[in-house]
Design a protein around this ligand. Structure first.
Ligand SMILES: C[S@@+](CC[C@H](N)C(=O)[O-])C[C@H]1O[C@@H](n2cnc3c(N)ncnc32)[C@H](O)[C@@H]1O
Length: 192
């Protein structure tokens, strides 16, 4: 995916960030290489042990200090108002409760702090939305580690009390055949 264009999306996701960042569900750390040098440190939270191990190897090669820790989006190992930015990248599809994860992000953000997101989301076309609903009600989340294909994540971000000030919608990968996971959003929101 990264060779197919995701690396460029990751770069845009993180461009312009500065200060202390908390990345939630960091996986194996594919974002780490893209943090700008104005970021003073990243707390990368990842629940899965094997991914954490690989993430630590990627952290050692990152251009900014990255600490990889265990944790889940609902209970972040961070103090209130301690982060300049929170990053979700391909994670809000999988958290058990988006509203709760976003409330927790709001808790750890400083007033005016930024939320950055890159997520696959609910389709804009009716037909694909119907397919997504069928998949989400079936085996997809069971087989995909809790992943849901049809979540309206931009709406959830706004409902959680953030103001979205930049939002891109695009298909990724940009292949001739649209998959249920093709519709993506990438953007920035601020804590109100
Ligand atoms: C598709 S991967 C994305 C990994 C990484 N953020 C990226 O952009 O490559 C989804 C990640 O979300 C993590 N995850 C799943 N449920 C989570 C939760 N409740 N809290 C935090 N992370 C979670 C998974 O362990 C996995 O690392």
């Amino acid at each position: 995916m990264d060779r197919g264009g995701a690396a460029e999306h990751r770069r845009r996701l993180l461009a312009g960030l500065a200060g202390r960042v908390i990345e939630i569900g960091a996986g194996n750390g594919l974002n780490f290489a893209h943090y700008p040098l104005d970021v003073t440190d990243v707390l990368a939270v990842e629940p899965e042990g094997h991914l954490r191990k690989i993430a630590r190897q990627n952290a050692a090669r990152a251009p900014v200090p990255v600490e990889v820790v265990a944790g889940v989006a609902d209970h972040l190992p961070a103090a209130d108002a301690s982060a300049d930015a929170v990053v979700f990248s391909l994670v809000l599809c999988s958290v058990p409760d988006q509203a709760r994860a976003l409330r927790e992000a709001e808790r750890v953000l400083k007033p005016g702090g930024e939320l950055r997101f890159f997520e696959h989301v609910q389709a804009e076309t009716k037909g694909l939305r119907r397919t997504q609903r069928v998949l989400d009600a079936g085996l997809w989340p069971l087989l995909g580690g809790g992943c849901h294909v049809g979540r309206d994540t931009a709406a959830a971000i706004e409902r959680a009390g953030f103001t979205i000030d930049h939002l891109e919608r695009f298909r990724f990968p940009d292949a001739p055949l649209t998959a249920p996971t093709s519709p993506h959003i990438l953007g920035r929101a601020r804590r109100r």
